[in-house]
Design a protein around this ligand. Structure first.
Ligand SMILES: NC(=O)c1ccc[n+]([C@@H]2O[C@H](COP(=O)([O-])OP(=O)(O)OC[C@H]3O[C@@H](n4cnc5c(N)ncnc54)[C@H](OP(=O)(O)O)[C@@H]3O)[C@@H](O)[C@H]2O)c1
Length: 243
């Protein structure tokens, strides 16, 4: 596994789903960083071989007061990654036709995919305002690209990821002035074998489904080496995606 050499002494990961856990693993194994993970799960499925450098914070539902309290407790950071997202659940499947749209499902998509990551940005950015470079990345999705939308469908997921992208871009413009060393990135992980993609893996060409480990490895490599400006939307391999 490739070693990450950039100086990260303290990092936080929000959301311990498939990709979040694999990124936590990368950070513990390949950096010397102290790592804070935040999740609704009290025991995320992440095997930490260096317990001394890992602290876990259990949240109820990522509401604004608990995110703000967690950010204050954790304090100054060099890197924050937000890995929250929802495409389906027992009650929810992505809409293929306009007739399938429902107010509560649209609200749910927007809450998990756009509102919660924005509350994360709001709560944590003051702790990433430093004299040296810091990074705040949100895992977005290529299907949230308006320009790249060739096939339609998945209304709520697409639109909420497009909203997330706009919120990241907008905050990056404000932070260029208020926290000039903080880089804001939206990044597409590629289709990865997690709970989120499980029902939609069937149509994928052979060899295109990534393991969470290979996904996390390429995301970390790209995030820590990209020269893209703050407020960019990146593919996992580092290419710039159209908004
Ligand atoms: N897997 C893919 O193929 C793929 C492709 C494109 C983009 N993405 C994006 O990658 C990111 C990580 O997804 P993943 O593949 O790791 O999916 P996952 O295993 O399903 O993890 C989803 C994450 O979202 C949080 N979440 C889900 N429902 C929630 C709810 N109702 N309330 C609060 N939090 C909720 C979970 O938080 P807890 O830790 O609190 O459980 C978990 O950390 C997401 O932003 C997703 O949109 C994934």
């Amino acid at each position: 596994m490739e070693t990450i050499n950039l100086p990260i002494s303290k990092a936080a990961l929000i959301g311990m789903g498939g990709i979040g856990c694999a990124m936590a693993q990368q950070l513990i194994n390949n950096t010397q960083a102290e790592l804070f993970t935040l999740s609704r799960q009290s025991r995320p499925s992440f095997k930490c071989l260096n317990e001394q450098r890992w602290r876990h914070v259990t949240l109820s539902d990522y509401n604004q007061p608990e995110l703000q309290a967690a950010a204050k407790t954790i304090g100054s950071l060099d890197l924050l990654i937000c890995s929250l997202g929802c495409l389906h659940s027992d009650q929810l499947s992505p809409e293929k036709r306009i007739e399938s749209l429902a107010e509560d499902s649209l609200m749910h998509y927007f809450r998990i995919n756009a509102v919660l990551p924005t509350l994360v940005i709001q709560s944590f950015w003051p702790f990433l305002k430093k004299a040296q470079p810091t990074l705040l990345a949100c895992i977005s999705a290529k299907v949230g690209s308006i320009e790249d939308n060739k096939t339609g469908g998945w209304y709520g997921y697409r639109a909420s990821k497009a909203a997330l992208n706009m919120l990241i871009k907008t905050s990056s413009i404000e932070f260029n002035r208020r926290a000039p060393n903080l880089k804001m990135i939206a990044i597409h992980p590629g289709t990865t074998d997690t709970y989120l993609s499980k029902p939609f893996q069937g149509h994928l060409p052979e060899g295109q489904l990534k393991t969470p480990e290979s996904c996390a490895q390429s995301l970390m490599k790209t995030l820590l080496s990209t020269t893209a400006p703050s407020g960019s939307f990146l593919h996992w391999d580092g290419a710039i995606l159209p908004w």
